[in-house]
Write a protein that binds this ligand. Structure first.
Ligand code: DGP
Length: 116
C-alpha cells in the first residue's frame, strides 16, 4: 500500500487548502508556494507516488487530470494566452511530494521550459 503524504489530508479536507475542483477520482487545489498567478495542483485521489508507479489501470484517472486542467485553465482565463502543465518525477526533477501531481501554471509569460 502506497504511503500517504500531506496531499491525502488535503483530499480528505483534514488540513486547509483552496480546493478548486473535486470529484470521486480527482482533486485540484492552489499550490501553497505559487510560482505564477495561477498555480494549481491536480492530483488523482488514489495515491500513485510517482510516474514510475503508473499502471494501465490508472489511464482513465490520469487522462482526467488533463480534462480537469483544461476546464480550470478556462475558468482561470489563461486558456487563450497559454499555460504549462508539469509533472515532476523523483530527484532530478525536484519532486518533493510523493503523490503524483500535475502543476497547472499560467497568468504570465513563463519563460524557457528549463532552467540552465
Ligand atoms: P513537486 O516539487 O512537483 O513535488 O511539487 C510539490 C508542490 O506541492 C510544491 O509546489 C508545493 C506544494 N505543496 C506542498 N505542500 C503543500 C500543502 O500543504 N498545501 C498546498 N496547497 N501545496 C503544497
Amino acid at each position: 500500500m502506497a504511503k500517504e503524504t500531506i496531499f491525502s489530508k488535503i483530499i480528505r479536507k483534514e488540513i486547509p487548502s483552496e480546493i478548486v475542483y473535486q470529484d470521486e477520482t480527482v482533486t485540484a487545489f492552489r499550490d501553497i508556494n505559487a510560482q505564477a498567478p495561477t498555480h494549481i495542483l491536480i492530483i488523482p485521489n488514489k495515491i500513485i507516488p510517482t510516474v514510475n508507479e503508473v499502471t494501465p489501470e490508472d489511464e482513465v484517472v490520469l487522462g482526467k487530470l488533463f480534462t480537469v486542467a483544461a476546464k480550470l485553465a478556462k475558468e482561470e482565463n489563461i486558456d487563450k494566452d497559454g499555460y504549462r502543465l508539469i509533472i515532476n518525477c523523483n530527484g532530478h526533477a525536484g519532486q518533493e511530494v510523493f503523490h503524483l501531481h500535475m502543476h497547472l501554471l499560467g497568468g504570465r509569460a513563463l519563460g524557457p521550459m528549463l532552467s540552465r
